[in-house]
Design a protein around this ligand. Structure first.
Ligand SMILES: [Mn+2]
Length: 467
């Protein structure tokens, strides 16, 4: 089995076992158990399950006894749920490394006592761009491939599309055949990105695959599942290895592709910048392999600028400005990107905005604002869903508003819910509970049902955060 499949299988087993322990195993002794890792052997007959236990020596003994008792049940459920060919023999191993983790806690307590404790927000502020280092195995996968396709998520935004275009161009500079993929529609802000017209469209992708000219490596950017590549997903799953570069957290999805997921990055393009800088440095001996040029820099800056809402969102950190400085130095035209992305309006999108403004509803004394767009509004104004991208930002800028709930009607009648909050809020949990994902400040999910009821439920759920 190839190592990436094995890695995904390990992650899947870990996730399912965690859920089984939390939901199905009634033995209270296993309530203290956390699964820190799973390692399947090559023929998948044995799975070593590394566990840590909250509590002392007694809890540890009890928990391991509870796990031993539940072993047969867990093995059966696991092979049912994951449709495994063979049922792996589960071996529970106590993970000592987490005890050393407790040592870290003690050190943090001491630092805290001395007034040197650094909280999460401060740690984020202190992160430098150079502290974001691409994983060596991702760089190795790029180095080993000769034909690479870089795939943004379906309905790409400038971060996804710009990242794909820049990475493909940089990979070509290293002598590889590399192409960015685009979709049938050109979403706002993407069609004027440098190199966009040359990206492979669905017809070119189909022709390449039919002619045996597919890639030996796919890299997804701004997403970490092939499922997010829409109509390409099935074909891309067949071509070979797939890796990801992403900055989204997603607790509910299937195990992510191997690669680099770094939520401190305000855009995927910032991570792609670091990958390009590694590629450009060459082997570290002699002259650099190539230089970050103006078209790569413009594509990456478009992602950086739009994903921070024009350096407005709480994800705007010092490292975002470090990246901005490097990209503008390399030739990105900051003013032009701003004009062509966030601040551009079409008459049709303004007509749509007029209708959506009519749906604004204030809850909790104006601290939560809900809005909605229906398929009928899009049809009446000749717009597409991508034309609503700026509306969340508009709503969150209303004085007093801390939470935005934006419902977008999908073609199948379900609602895509975009949630947004300020630096103190958390909407990730509400989205995650509904099978979605995202970040603490911006998250989304898809739900069916009456829109007014959905808004009322979300408003009630977020209310405790308003006190
Ligand atoms: Mn992004």
């Amino acid at each position: 089995m190839d190592p990436y499949k094995l890695q995904r299988q390990n992650a899947a087993i870990r996730k399912v076992l965690g859920e089984l322990l939390a939901v199905e195993v009634k033995d209270p002794r296993v309530g203290f158990v956390t699964i820190s890792g799973v390692e399947l052997n090559r023929d998948q007959t044995v799975a070593e399950v590394f566990v840590s236990v909250l509590g002392g020596e007694q809890e540890r003994k009890d928990s391991l006894a509870g796990l031993k008792k539940a072993r047969g049940f867990l093995q059966g459920r696991l092979s049912d749920l994951l449709r495994l060919r063979a049922t792996p023999d589960l071996r529970f191993i106590y993970d000592e490394s987490l005890d050393q983790g407790l040592g870290v806690e003690t050190i943090l307590d001491e630092l805290s006592a001395r007034g040197e404790f650094v909280d999460e927000a401060e740690r984020r502020r202190r992160r430098t761009l150079d502290s974001l280092a691409p994983p060596p195995d991702l760089l190795a996968a790029l180095a080993a491939a000769s034909r690479i396709w870089v795939a943004p998520h379906v309905n790409p935004d400038p971060d996804a599309m710009g990242s794909a275009l820049a990475l493909a161009e940089a990979l070509r500079e290293t002598g590889r055949e590399a192409e960015a993929l685009r979709y049938a529609e050109a979403p706002a802000g993407c069609e004027t990105l440098p190199g966009y017209p040359e990206a492979l469209d669905p017809e070119a992708v189909a022709a390449a695959l039919a002619g045996g000219e597919g890639p030996d490596l796919v890299v997804t950017v701004d997403c970490h599942h092939l499922e997010r590549t829409g109509d390409y997903a099935a074909a891309l799953a067949d071509v070979g290895a797939a890796w990801c570069i992403d900055h989204h957290l997603d607790g509910n999805g299937p195990a992510p592709l191997p690669g680099w997921i770094e939520p401190v990055a305000s855009s995927a393009s910032l991570l792609v910048l670091r990958v390009i800088e590694s590629l450009a440095a060459g082997d570290g001996e002699g002259a650099p392999a190539f230089a970050l040029n103006a078209s790569m820099a413009t594509n990456l800056y478009a992602g950086l600028y739009t994903d921070t809402g024009g350096f407005r969102f709480p994800n705007t950190l010092p490292l975002s400005f470090e990246a901005a400085a490097r990209l503008v130095s390399a030739g990105a035209d900051a003013a032009d990107v701003a004009e062509r992305t966030l601040h551009q309006r079409t008459p049709a999108s303004l007509a749509l905005l007029a209708r959506v403004l009519d749906t604004f509803e204030y809850h909790h004394g104006g601290r939560l604002l809900s809005l909605r767009v229906t398929r009928a509004m899009l049809a009446a104004t000749g717009t597409v869903m991508a034309d609503t991208e700026q509306f969340t930002g508009l709503a969150s800028a209303v004085r007093g508003v801390r939470f935005v709930v934006f419902l977008k009607e999908r073609e199948d009648g379900a609602w895509r819910v975009s949630l947004r909050t300020d630096a103190a809020g958390d909407v990730h949990a509400a989205a995650s509970r509904r099978g979605g994902g995202g970040h603490r400040q911006a998250a989304g999910c898809t739900v069916a049902g009456d829109p007014a009821t959905l808004v009322a439920e979300l408003a009630a759920e977020l209310a405790p955060q308003l006190d």
